[in-house]
Ligand binder design. Structure first.
Ligand SMILES: Nc1ncnc2c1ncn2[C@@H]1O[C@H](COP(=O)(O)OP(=O)(O)O)[C@@H](O)[C@H]1O
Ligand SMILES: [Mg+2]
Length: 575
């Protein structure tokens, strides 16, 4: 029952009515399935010329509506009836199949895009703490797992509805035999289930764990391709990946075997029961009734045994994918803050005066020490600020705090006397940021500059920004210009060109504050000098540059040096 609550929790509201409609369809389908068995009853009684009271009443009932039918042989009438019922039944079932598949596909799209949205709207710290391969797995594999789980639950519900219809029909037909058969079947299923459930549970969690590892190994293999080639590590990485795959594979193969064996057990059992029923009935009744009985039971056996097997398989599969439901339920319940539009800054010329940091500290969760300790300083509008310090001294952390990507654990940051936390979204829209590792997408240069934000596309701004970041010539030399695709992570560009694209991307936002985190760390002397000159040319902007290289900072206003998370010195320079 807890599972049903989880499912209801995960299924989006838009799907509530669709789900009810689907259940209704299953119900309708099952009525027609039962009808398609029952419709043979009149024919069988007619053929064996046995005298069953219900059928006589049925004949009178038909004649009541269509008196003309008296002229025909009953056999023809019943044959026509069978044909019509099957036609209608299968039309309805085709529609149900179509509707169910569409429902499932829509649900998959809806859930996976919703989960991506939830992840993207989490605070930045969340992404520092969670490996992206885990998040990607949740969106791809776990959603698929949940859908597999849910489809199987749907399947068993629809088969159960069908079975209960058949059972009601059979009980009306012959209560004693039917109830005995049901009892035996339930008992058998229980025994089989007892033996397989625990194994399936275990296999389910093995699948979860190792499919995660497999994706991670794949990403790392391609991510470190240069190192792998140079170190001759191809075989090593292949075997690490293969190991994870093998674990998943053996879980799945054992699981499939466990799935298929019970079908054979059930089949054997059905034949046993059929023979048993025949051996007791043929003595008690006259031959024509036994014939009808055999006819109806053979029909129901042919129809229900796949249903019973399907229910069994579906439940086993559902158990296998159960871990996915729990994972997804947890992820879908992650909260995120809605855009905080408490203040309306649209009119105000914002960030007029200064940014103030007062005793700002920061400690990453899971660490014992603070990465920043009581840092205080201020940045006036238009100032050029350099931040220096050894690696690990807290420079990137400080910059993340100023951008509002992480919140101080102590102290506060103010922008024009507004608490930064309260105006975060607005503040962030004013910042251009060039990270230490620029992430370029395998798409055109233009898309990389505007980050898919086609709505406010401004060609003039693009050209302007390319000039400012010294990319004009580079792009003129490319045959497709701005439409050139630059490869995974910009692999078709040089380090210097990548750095410039990063700068152009930041400038395209027309930022009031531009932040560069170690802009020259991956560049040679030549490119370093070019970038530095460009940085010096940037005017009318507040600038924060994090660097190892003090040479860049000769014309800066203020240089803040950090050591072990504390401010060692603030040097004011004259320009
Ligand atoms: N996500 C994180 N979890 C735990 N500790 C972190 C995390 N990110 C950075 N740190 C730690 O915080 C300190 C400062 O890191 P950082 O600001 O990146 O330094 P810098 O940019 O000066 O090289 C380092 O000791 C680093 O190990
Ligand atoms: Mg850093």
């Amino acid at each position: 029952m807890k599972i049903f609550r989880l499912i209801i929790n995960i299924i989006p509201k838009e799907f509530k009515n669709k789900s009810k409609y689907l259940l209704f369809l299953f119900f309708l389908g099952s009525i027609f399935e039962v009808l398609s068995i029952g419709v043979f009853l009149p024919l069988l009684t007619e053929l064996t010329s046995s005298n069953i009271e219900v059928i006589q009443k049925f004949k009178l009932f038909i004649l009541n509506f269509f008196p003309n039918l008296k002229l025909f042989n009953w056999i023809y009438i019943f044959l026509t009836l069978i044909a019509v019922v099957f036609l209608i039944k299968n039309l309805i079932l085709s529609y149900i199949v179509y509707y169910q598949n569409k429902y499932i596909q829509d649900l998959t799209v809806n859930l996976s895009s919703k989960l991506l949205e939830i992840y993207l709207k989490q605070k930045f710290v969340f992404h520092k703490m969670n490996n992206s391969s885990k998040l990607i797995r949740n969106i791809n594999v776990e959603i698929a797992g949940f859908i597999a789980f849910f489809t199987n639950i749907l399947k068993s519900i629809s088969e159960l509805i069908f079975l209960s219809g058949i059972i009601i029909f059979l009980i009306l037909f012959n209560p004693l035999i039917t109830i005995t058969v049901i009892f035996l079947f339930t008992f058998l299923s229980y025994i089989i289930n007892l033996y397989t459930k625990r194994t399936l549970d275990k296999l389910g969690s093995i699948r979860l764990k190792f499919s995660d590892t497999a994706i991670k190994n794949l990403q790392q293999s391609f991510g470190a391709i240069k190192e792998i080639k140079i170190g001759n590590l191809e075989n090593k990485f292949t075997s690490i990946y293969k190991f994870a795959c093998l674990k998943t594979a053996s879980a799945i193969s054992l699981y499939s075997t466990l799935q298929q064996i019970p079908r054979l057990i059930f089949e054997t059992f059905i034949v046993f029961i059929a023979c048993f029923i025949l051996s007791i009935t043929f003595k008690e009744f006259d031959n024509s009734y036994v014939l009808t009985l055999v006819g109806i039971y053979t029909l129901t056996a042919v129809k229900t045994s796949p249903a019973v097997v399907k229910i069994y398989l579906s439940i086993q599969q559902a158990i296998f994918y159960l871990p996915a439901v729990n994972v997804l339920n947890k992820e879908m319940n992650l909260k995120f803050k809605k855009n905080n539009a408490k203040y309306d800054f649209s009119e105000k010329n914002y960030f007029d005066k200064k940014i103030i940091l007062k005793n700002v500290s920061f400690q990453y969760s899971g660490t014992k020490y603070s990465s920043l300790k009581k840092v205080s300083f201020e940045i006036k509008k238009g100032e050029k600020i350099g931040i220096i310090g050894e690696s690990g001294s807290g420079k990137s952390t400080l910059v993340d705090l100023i951008m509002g990507l992480i919140d101080p654990s102590g102290g506060k940051i103010e922008v024009d006397h507004f608490n930064l936390q309260k105006i975060k979204n607005f503040w962030q829209s004013k910042i251009g940021y060039v990270p230490q590792n620029i992430y370029l997408m395998d798409d055109t240069i233009q898309k990389n500059l505007i980050l898919y934000n086609e709505k406010n596309f401004d060609k003039r701004n693009v050209l302007e920004v390319l000039k400012r970041s010294n990319l004009e010539k580079t792009i003129k030399n490319l045959s497709k210009g701005l439409k050139t695709v630059i490869g995974e992570r910009g692999s078709r560009l040089s380090a210097g060109q990548r750095q410039r694209i990063g700068i152009a991307r930041a400038l395209y936002r027309n930022p009031k504050l531009l932040i560069l985190d170690e802009p020259t760390s991956s560049l040679d002397k030549n490119n370093e000098k070019l970038i530095i000159d460009e940085i010096h040319k940037i005017k009318d902007i507040t600038l924060i540059v994090v660097t190892h290289n003090e040479k860049i900072l000769s014309k800066f206003d203020k240089i803040i040096s950090l050591k072990d998370g504390k401010i060692k010195k603030i040097r004011i320079q004259k320009r």
